[in-house]
Ligand binder design. Sequence first.
Ligand code: PMP
Length: 447
Amino acid sequence: MQQYIGPEGILEKRSKYFYPTTSHFYRNPPQLVRGDMQYLYGHDGKRYIDFFAGVSVVASGHCNPEIVERTMEQLRALQHTCTIYLTQPNVDLAERLAEVLPGDLCRTFFVNSGSEANEGALLLARLHTGRKGFIALEQGLHGRTYLTMSVTGLQMWRSDPQLPRLDAAEDVTFIPRPYEQGMSADAAARRSLKALKAVLEEKGGDIAAMIVEPIQGNAGIIVPPDWYFPEVKAVLEQYGVLLIADEIQTGFGRTGRMFAMDRWGVTPDIITMAKALGSGVPVAAFASNDAIATSFTRPSASTFGGNPVSSATALAVLDYIEANRLPERAERLGGLLHAGLEELAARYPRVLSEVRGAGLMLGAELSAGDTELGARLVDDVLETLKDRGFIIGKNGVGRNVLAFQPPLVITEKDITEMLAALEQALEEAVHTASSVAQEGVHHGDHT
Ligand code: PMP
């Protein structure tokens, strides 16, 4: 029998052996010890329905037996050789990706994480265009390496204080994202497009690529209007600037299509993938068409990238996604969840101010007018739902957005049950919001 040290034991070791930057969800976090499709289990045997999938990773379910079986088979046969030796799983995976990737994207370079995939994509864009600059959206998140952190607009994830201010970055130009609270979606997207055109007019000839999340994840689940990305792509093409779609959160069925860009019929020049591709086994990649790939001739290699075990796993993941039509499932169940959240927004407008997203990538913003209160309510709701057996996520610029990005194998019943628990939590949030408002008046009396 496994001896568990329990949440306190883990927190103690974390505080002693991890860096203080590492944070965790929940005031009273559980120790998670087992996963089974959409379920997670605590060390005390408590079962949770998972609505966050390890931050959008285990789309095919925790420890999915069909996938684990094939991972184990490869693990027993051959674990690692590196690309300097010939093995089959990585070429089979690259061939398979060429079938599912948008348009003419057909060549793939394998790495281990989302950050690395974006880093490689940015390098490829520079090699292909011979230009140095990049355009990125404000509030975007692209990774922890220096280049990917440099194109990350979300202040929270620009960990190095020596990075320049967004408006003073030399090689990266940030433009407004196609969203602004209090502005119509079309107006915000038009503003973004106008800013893009102005940058291109001024220095389009110096810019290698624009990098975007098709639906911003960490910044609170932001879906642009349907016309936005087709127009962005067309404008970029006029200046020979490549479009890099960071599909690290959105890829592999989550948004109701295999890739989010498929929603708008846009073929990016370079696409990056990670998270759901391995459903928990680290595998990531960037891909492009033949013409762009031809520019990548200088030596480059990733020791672990596309190793036999991660490649065999990713192939099993793709088989599972296709056999179980997970994109369609995400679209249908996402519609139900979206409708349920909208209903709650109508019933609790004071706390639940906006519902956003596509497929099973949904966000519900709490108390948009008062971000600090919203963030507190989000933490309360997360805690309450966890105690009632539901793991949901949070994100947003002000960390005041509830995030729903469950394994795509979740059922209608799971969603109905979670919505009932969420309703109770929102009822409590209304009381908290009123007492905070009263405290505010009370404080006001004394100042
Ligand atoms: N891009 C996006 C859109 C992400 O959400 C993340 C991670 N949250 C990354 C890049 C970085 O991926 P990784 O943590 O695997 O390096």
